[in-house]
Design a protein around this ligand. Sequence first.
Ligand SMILES: C[S@@+](CC[C@H](N)C(=O)[O-])C[C@H]1O[C@@H](n2cnc3c(N)ncnc32)[C@H](O)[C@@H]1O
Length: 221
Amino acid sequence: MEYQQEWDSINAVVYAESIEEKNKFYTKWAATYDDDLAGVDSVGNQNMIKLAFKYIRNEASCLMLDVAAGTGRTAKFYKDTGYKGQIDAIEMNAAMLDIAIKKGLYRKTYCFTITDDGPLPVVDDTYDVVTVAAAFTTNHLPQGCIRYMVKALKSRGVMIFNSRKTEGNAEYQKILFGHLDDMVKASKIVLLKKEEITYYGKPCKETGKPMPGFVFVYRKL
Ligand SMILES: C[S@@+](CC[C@H](N)C(=O)[O-])C[C@H]1O[C@@H](n2cnc3c(N)ncnc32)[C@H](O)[C@@H]1O
């Protein structure tokens, strides 16, 4: 398969046996992560961000939280696409976050592991936008944490995230969608947009073709 080394790294974290193994791999991978993702045409973030601009209030006072921020690729794409506001970041892996900090894109950063049953290290009702790229997948963000992301949003704030559309991610997503549906039924959030996008442009092992993904946009009520 083309781009074998890049896919091996991506698959090493997605299919890791444990969170500890995944975290160790991110530490080893951090220095070449951006180049490897560019190599396989990882356009899921750009496609999410293009859509995001239809829903965010793009002003200097807009405050965004980038969850599972990695090396800051998401913040970089937002800024490069003309985002005028400020961005805070939460990221578990210190090596990845260190690279993100050096890009000088964030107002505040939190090196923090998000769990299913604990609040985020930020004040509730603070953010106009919560965004998550490439972290709603197996072995990454626990699905229940989506409730705490909604808490971090101001009323009328928007949550924008993407997720790969593969068979291997379907079980994980079922639980995620369950939490989202519960919050919709409880009138805490409303779905504004669900759109299929290209996630990786190069053929992947999961589909033998470019990998599809979804972008979701929810508003907090
Ligand atoms: C595939 S990378 C995506 C990074 C960035 N959002 C991007 O699009 O390039 C996933 C990131 O999520 C972080 N992560 C995974 N699980 C996490 C958790 N439970 N809490 C905080 N960060 C987590 C990883 O350390 C990694 O940097």
